[in-house]
Design a protein around this ligand. Structure first.
Ligand code: NAP
Length: 280
């Protein structure tokens, strides 16, 4: 792999958030630049909310080319941007920003990240009936990208039904094709996707085990732990399943490609994530 030599032409990218020190993106994106011999570095920036109004001026002055955004600024950054992608405009959430000739442009790559992770695993979503459990930020992004990818049915199940309905209303007002349904209790689907945080801190599962027998595949977007109780349930029933590491990977791949216009070195980026996540 070609090394990087930092010099007067080195470009600067980064991630903003608070906290940001646990992010895997600096390792993953820096390795990707290095792998392709791109003269760029990617750094973490811990930003306080009161600093946000001055951030883009500071990035203009210092020549930052693009950056990611993590909690808690995915919505709060929007008033300071010049342009939004179609997805980011619908979701009112941005996790990737690039400097363009027209100014700073925001994108939301989480949903495409999930769709690309399924494509990479050769799982077709077109024509499938999908159940999403959860209606938070990740569920919103995933739902929009799945609709664009041509699913034939979308059911959003959330313990707070009103939040699921709000998301369904948003999606129904932006997609001409299928009607998005909601439920409080979890319903089966050809592919069932857990987009809640249930299973991250505890051994709970958001889905009753007997319902899984009616599902063709289970995706848990949680990546740590690598195998949640939901994924264990699926394995015991021999139902194909996938965790969230490849969604995390492909949201970064999309960001890299937006910034550089080049195909990202996916395997290198995956190895970086796997080694930072699972080898501690
Ligand atoms: P969020 O906006 O806070 O939404 C959390 C969702 O989980 C809501 O739908 C919430 O339901 C539900 N929930 C929380 N506790 C619950 C419980 N005890 N029982 C039932 N439902 C519960 O969070 P988010 O940003 O969407 O993230 C959700 C998960 O996705 C997290 O685990 C996060 O790590 C993961 N994630 C993964 C990736 C990836 O790249 N793989 C990317 C983004 C997020 P209510 O509406 O009823 O509160």
């Amino acid at each position: 792999m070609p090394g990087i030599s930092i010099n007067g032409r080195t470009k600067l990218y980064g991630i903003i958030g608070n906290p940001v020190k646990h992010s895997f993106s600096p390792g993953m994106q820096s390795l990707a630049f290095q792998h392709l011999g791109i003269n760029a570095v990617y750094l973490p920036f811990r930003i306080l909310e009161e600093q946000l109004p001055r951030l883009l001026d500071a990035f203009d002055l210092t020549g930052v080319k693009g950056f990611n955004i993590t909690i808690p600024y995915k919505e709060k950054i929007i008033p300071f941007l010049d342009l939004l992608s179609d997805e980011a405009a619908v979701l009112q959430s941005v996790n990737t920003v690039v400097r363009t000739d027209e100014g700073w442009k925001g994108y939301s790559t989480d949903g495409r990240g999930l769709v690309r992770s399924l494509e990479a695993a050769k799982v077709a979503v077109e024509g499938k009936k999908i159940t999403i459990v959860g209606a938070g930020g990740a569920a919103r992004a995933i739902a929009l990208s799945l609709l664009k990818a041509g699913v034939s049915g979308l059911m959003i199940c959330n313990r707070t039904r009103s939040r699921a309905q709000k998301l369904a209303d948003l999606l129904n007002s932006h997609s001409s094709g299928i009607s998005v349904a909601t439920a409080e209790s979890v319903q089966p689907g050809d592919i069932l996707i857990n987009a809640t945080s249930v299973g991250m801190e505890t051994n709970d599962s958001p889905v009753p085990g007997d319902l899984l027998t009616e599902c063709g595949m289970v995706v848990d977007i949680i990546y740590n732990p690598a195998q949640t109780t939901l994924l264990q349930q699926a394995a015991e029933l021999s139902i194909p399943s996938m965790n969230g590491i490849d969604m995390l990977l492909y949201q970064g791949v999309e960001a890299f490609e937006i910034w550089t216009g080049k195909a990202a070195p996916v395997e290198t980026m995956r190895q970086s994530l796997v080694s930072s996540l699972y080898s501690e």
